[in-house]
Design a protein around this ligand. Structure first.
Ligand SMILES: *Cc1c(COP(=O)(O)O)cnc(C)c1O
Length: 492
């Protein structure tokens, strides 16, 4: 029997300001048996304000219930599957959170003298070495705060290397299957972007590439596997074409969940790449919180890495700021340290064979979904699927239902939507990345929901078009929410 997945309870919770009534407090203290002091007086009037207009006054249980109820309105990986393609929303083991919260690591200060920070520095050195091993590259910087900043960091290094050879060049080539941050990073690094079309297999068109690599081209930025979840089979050839003409190969490595322990970018000709520790290596993301986008490079780019660099002096670690060719700093301090701790804990807990298993399971899960759903949704590219699979809404569009509406209907079934309308080369894309942390049971529930929605599209399209029905609010004005956000409550 089909069990319909239900969303969580959803109270019509008012704002905490609307719950307020004068005089209510959320604490109870014993009577004073000493003279009352005025703590505000000590701070001085310029540092204090007498009253906050309409400050909410509620009891303890009201405060607790209010925030607990709000917390149930958020979808979370702890609640269910989060198949947002390209985002690798995997479950992050709690043990890594625990390690990152150890007092000695969580409370350390970035300005602590080197002699007292040797343990933290050792963690960073080991993580650099691990990431170099996983990617097959020669050197790693942990400084960039996110994937996109890693891209920019690498392009600035490529520019510096080419400039040192006499000409920074003008253009960066980017396939139409690339992630949207790639062209943005290239433009910020001062390069003109030239698009390269994909072929019918959803891969880089090598003939088009050969024609485009002129003396003016600094690099090709390729996402691999690309945003169709397809591995670029001609990557070695592409690297040869670029290198023969003095250009470099940059790889967007945010999809490392498809390669770890199986293939090393350094072995297939990549000169620089970034990783998303907050995707592949166990840092929760999605709330805008800290991430890390380390960059790994080949020897030729090593002199240009951001300062400071870790350097071993005898048996100790030191920070090296004296690097003539460095592009400088790209972030305050040394990177998002807590994220780095989680990543090393995750890598050490898995070991090489464990990371390989992560990849194998991620690819297996994506292929399981592909097989179960390819009779239901249109599969525009037949090339082998890696860690994510991209369908189109072609069949459903005939009934007037588009990918965004199918995604909204998924919410009624208790799932977070997949990535909608991306990559752009697929009209009406449904981009699904289950990750390795989902069980077969959970994948089957997802398949069932997707299949039922496809049946609804044929029999009762209006129910899909009007979704979600079971949430507290249904369709919100997404454009107004992005363009005219109301972030602060004000008394009427
Ligand atoms: C997520 C992602 C990025 C950008 O990473 P951020 O950390 O969000 O800046 C770049 N490329 C690909 C393929 C991604 O999936």
């Amino acid at each position: 029997m089909r069990s319909r997945v239900r969303p969580n309870i959803s109270f019509n919770e008012p704002l905490i300001f609307e719950r307020s009534s004068p005089g209510k407090v959320a604490y109870q203290l014993p009577e004073l048996d000493v003279p009352a002091a005025d703590p505000l007086a000590a701070l001085g009037p310029e540092n204090t304000r007498s009253e906050i207009e309409d400050f909410p006054e509620v009891s303890e249980v009201e405060a607790i219930r209010h925030y607990t109820r709000l917390s149930t309105w958020n979808y979370a990986i702890e609640y269910g599957m989060y198949p947002l393609g390209s985002c690798t929303m995997k479950y992050n083991p709690r043990i890594n959170e625990l390690v990152a919260r150890l007092d000695g690591l969580a409370l350390t200060h970035p300005y602590r003298p080197e002699a007292l920070a040797q343990g933290s520095m050792e963690i960073m050195a080991r993580l650099q070495a691990s990431l170099a091993e996983i990617t097959g590259m020669d050197a790693v910087t942990l400084q960039p705060a996110a994937g996109a900043q890693g891209e920019l960091t690498a392009l600035l290094m490529i520019r510096a290397l080419l400039a040192s050879r006499g000409n920074p060049r003008r253009k960066v080539l980017i396939p139409d299957s690339a992630h949207g941050t790639n062209p943005a990073s290239a433009a910020i690094a001062g390069y003109a972007v030239q698009n390269i079309k994909s072929n019918d297999a959803g891969m880089l068109d090598i003939a088009a590439l050969e024609q485009s690599v002129t003396e003016d081209v600094a690099a090709l930025m390729v996402t691999n596997p690309n945003t169709l979840g397809i591995f670029e089979e001609n990557i070695v050839h592409a690297a040869e074409v670029l290198h023969a003409r003095g250009a470099l190969l940059y790889m967007d490595g945010a999809n490392m969940n498809a390669l770890m322990g199986i293939a090393r970018p350094g072995d297939f000709g990549v000169d620089a790449l970034h990783l998303n520790l907050h995707k592949t290596f166990s840092t929760p993301h999605g709330g805008g919180g800290p991430g890390a986008g380390p960059v790994a490079v080949k020897q030729s780019l090593e002199p240009f890495l951001p300062i400071p660099r870790l350097r071993s002096v005898g048996k100790k670690w030191a920070w090296d700021y004296e690097r003539r060719h460095s592009i400088g700093r790209v972030r305050a301090f040394y990177g998002s340290f807590g994220v780095l701790v989680r990543a090393l804990a995750y890598i050490l807990a898995h070991g090489g064979p464990g990371l390989r298993k992560v990849t194998l399971d991620a690819v297996l899960n994506a292929n399981y979904l592909r097989k179960k759903l390819e009779g239901v949704y249109e599969l525009p590219y037949q090339s082998p699927t890696m860690h994510e699979v991209v369908f189109s809404d072609d069949r459903q569009a005939r009934h007037g239902v588009r990918t965004g509406e199918i995604a909204k209907r998924l919410i009624d079934y208790g799932f977070h939507p997949y990535t909608v309308s991306f990559p752009l080369i697929v009209r009406g894309a449904l981009m699904i990345e289950p990750t390795e942390t989902e069980t077969k049971h959970e994948l089957d529930r997802y398949v069932e929901a997707m299949t039922q929605i496809a049946e609804e599209v044929e029999n009762d399209p209006e129910i899909v078009k009007g979704a979600p029905h079971e949430t507290r609010t249904s369709r919100v004005d997404e454009v107004a929410a992005a363009r005219k956000p109301v972030l602060r409550w004000k008394p009427v």
